[in-house]
Design a protein around this ligand. Structure first.
Ligand SMILES: *Cc1c(COP(=O)(O)O)cnc(C)c1O
Length: 362
């Protein structure tokens, strides 16, 4: 069965010696490899304020704190995401306010968000779902007009672009995940990219219990509670090796995604998604809408190809019951969208075969 997600690791001969070295080096906690990985990642993204963390969820949690969100505040978010986007809002005691999604791509709809802003709104979190980029032109306008920071959850969007620049340089905060199934993995890991260099020191202390790593333990005074969110040298060493491959790996997702965009246009029973202006997707998953989704999934399965919607909508979880409201755009989108495999493991032969099977109908 061709899977929908699959972790990429560099060749064994390249990765294993470096991994073995670090494991037996006598220093596996946060150290030089983490700082070197941060430098490489900063250069790649084009934002000098990037902090390596243990996970993408940690990055989101810190972003909400740095944005000044406190209990009782509201954050406008999307139900069309993986759970951590929203469980981390609950972690800071804020209320999730569900924006509706554009029924043609599942991404947060700016006009819906605009109507939901109150004086309690402290942040808007945008999820570039499956690597498609939200309507940044409109969201930037909203952010400026109401002076509300945007937090981009870019867990699916490493390599996606807005205005020709990689995601990670556009908003107050951007969270990346290096979890097992994302474009690039360090087994687990994450990055928080931010606009304001002055917040880096505070963020750095918060990733390490509130301690300042630049001072000795005996001279330290914790003035604000922090967390155990640091990346370690083992994950960072994997990351350093991954960075040599990341661009060519992401290029494969994009090439396959664009191939489907071309070949599936106008195919019976398929509706392609609308991409937002000035954006370029990095196709973490290829996303489209199909008629008779159950039948489509079965037809693909019998041809040895996994097709699935993958994520459960977040607004139906009991912990968010006080936030529930009608989301007509989400209703239209949620029952029709599906993903097909498009990652680095899909060969030119595979993608031709996938298109042929879809064209045969279901
Ligand atoms: C994976 C993911 C996260 C969280 O990342 P972790 O590194 O697993 O903590 C956050 N948001 C979305 C949309 C994700 O898919």
């Amino acid at each position: 069965m061709i899977p929908l997600v699959k972790p990429y690791f560099p060749p064994r001969e390249e990765l294993m010696p470096e991994l073995e070295n670090i494991i037996y080096s006598g220093y596996v906690a946060e150290g030089q490899p983490v700082y070197d990985f941060e430098d490489k990642f900063r250069n790649y993204i084009g934002n000098k304020n990037c902090l390596a963390l243990h996970s993408g969820t940690d990055a989101l949690h810190l972003a909400y704190i740095l944005a000044g969100v406190t209990p009782g505040d509201e954050i406008i978010s999307t139900p069309m995401t993986a759970e951590p986007t929203n469980t981390s809002i609950a972690m800071v005691g804020a209320k999730v306010v569900w924006g509706d999604v554009n029924p043609n791509n599942g991404l947060l709809d700016p006009s819906s968000v605009r109507q939901l802003i109150t004086d309690k709104t402290k942040a808007i979190v945008l999820v570039h779902y499956a690597g498609m980029v939200c309507d940044m032109d409109e969201f930037n306008k909203i952010s400026e007009e109401f002076n509300i920071p945007i937090i981009e959850d870019a867990a699916h969007a490493l390599g996606s672009k807005y205005n020709g620049k990689l995601i990670g340089c556009n908003s107050a905060y951007t969270a990346f995940s290096l979890q097992a199934i994302k474009h690039m993995t360090t087994v687990d890991g994450g990055f928080l990219a931010m606009r304001d260099a002055n917040q880096m020191d505070r963020a750095r202390r918060m990733r390490w219990f509130g301690l300042d790593k630049k001072r000795s333990r005996l001279e330290n005074d914790i003035t604000e509670v922090g967390f155990k969110y640091a990346m370690n040298n083992v994950n960072a060493t994997i990351g350093l090796v991954q960075m040599r491959h990341v661009e060519s790996i992401i290029a494969k997702y994009i090439s396959n995604g664009r191939f489907y965009d071309q070949k599936l246009a106008g195919v019976d029973g398929v509706t392609l998604v609308d991409y937002n202006p000035n954006t370029e997707a990095s196709y973490w998953l290829y996303t489209m809408k199909v008629e008779q989704r159950e039948d489509f999934i079965k037809a693909m399965e019998s041809a040895g190809i996994l097709a699935s919607p993958l994520h459960h909508r977040s607004d139906t979880h009991s912990i968010f019951k006080d936030s529930r409201r009608d989301l007509p755009g989400m209703e239209k989108w949620y029952n029709n969208f599906v993903h097909i495999p498009c990652g680095w493991w899909i060969t030119e032969e595979d993608r031709e075969k996938i298109v042929d099977i879809i064209k045969k109908g279901w």
